[in-house]
Design a protein around this ligand. Structure first.
Ligand code: BMA
Length: 324
């Protein structure tokens, strides 16, 4: 099977532990970023990384000790050890009138054509999808919000589809939304979004029964777009966030080819179960080595730390197609 991704020989990696048959296995030195590794941070989690200049760059969700939510830039030689800025990213406004941004959280980053696009949950009279870009991780520009409030988990596809930019998102409410389905929208210019299509909803199997939301930028394969997504279950102790995967049609990504009945990762380790919000694994970024199909997923643990898990794209696609 062909994976449409650049080769990334320096992808962070650890082999599957001997005796394990897990499709995704955790990095043995998780969490890779602890809660206090940036200046004044209460927590660092749900963060996005990309290959950059033979190394890595990232946009990190850093909540400070006032518990203000914002995003900061970071760089890394190896994708594992990170140096995160002392201050939030200062976006240059590229709008008629500056877009309010009461808070920013849960960023995604993707390279399309000539620049790195960043989407995040932007506080504008409630959460909606903020959009910005950078060419060099030095200057950052903010454009219009993609949608009206309330919306979360805005995730761009890594290329135009049928000539249009494409984004998944999850309409929501102003609180700790007890519902949520994934929708698809397209845009000619990254500003005007429309032609909305329903992709898939909560339900299907218990781990994803309350709500779902797109995770990392979808990965292009011959068999379809491989999408990792989080799913939430309501227990007597509150929400439990796990994640699984789906395969979406390449030309019509709102058509779901396969969807995982089982989760791929659920909160089980201490750093996933104990923290500011217990029982959360929340995938936000994926690195892929196009030549070997190695996959490294960055996910937030318990809304407190950043962790890594590894796998092979091919194995997950085969599992979705034949075993699931
Ligand atoms: C969601 C977002 C995520 C968070 C999750 C669990 O609504 O706020 O950032 O990881 O809840 O608290």
């Amino acid at each position: 099977m062909k994976i449409i991704a650049q080769s990334l020989p320096n992808i962070p990696w650890e082999d599957r532990p001997s005796g394990s048959s897990e499709l995704l296995w955790r990095y043995s030195k998780n969490p890779i970023i602890k809660r206090d590794e940036a200046k004044g941070s209460n927590s660092i989690f749900n963060s996005a990384v990309v290959p950059f200049n033979e190394k890595f760059a990232g946009v990190f969700r850093v909540d400070d000790r006032q518990r203000r939510m914002n995003i900061r830039r970071g760089f890394s030689e190896d994708g594992i050890n990170w140096k995160i800025d002392d201050e939030p990213i200062n976006f240059i406004q590229e709008t008629k009138d500056p877009v309010e941004s009461e808070y920013k959280y849960d960023p995604r980053v993707v390279f399309i054509e000539d620049r790195y696009w960043i989407t995040w949950c932007n506080g504008y009279h409630g959460p909606t999808i903020g959009v910005g870009y950078t060419y060099d991780f030095e200057k950052f520009y903010q454009i219009e919000n993609a949608f009206l409030p309330f919306n979360r988990n805005g995730v761009l596809f890594p290329r135009k589809i049928n000539g249009k930019y494409a984004m998944l998102s999850r309409p929501s409410d102003n609180g700790h939304t007890p519902f949520g389905d994934i929708f698809y929208s397209e845009s000619p210019d990254m500003v005007h979004w429309g032609v909305h299509r329903y992709v898939m909803g909560a339900g299907y199997t218990p781990w994803q029964s309350l709500k779902i939301g797109a995770g990392p930028v979808p990965i292009e394969t011959e068999e379809g777009w491989l999408l990792f997504y989080h799913g939430v279950l309501l227990s007597c102790n509150g929400y439990v966030y796990s994640f699984g995967a789906a395969l979406l049609d390449l030309d019509k990504p709102w058509k779901v080819i396969k969807r995982s009945k089982e989760y791929l990762l659920s909160p089980q380790m201490n750093y996933e179960c104990v923290g500011d919000v217990p029982n959360v694994v929340f995938p936000v970024a994926a690195l892929v080595d196009g030549s070997t199909g190695k996959l490294a997923i960055y996910y937030g643990g318990a809304d407190t730390v950043v962790a890594l898990a590894f796998g092979y794209v091919q194995e997950i696609v085969d599992w979705l197609k034949y075993e699931n």
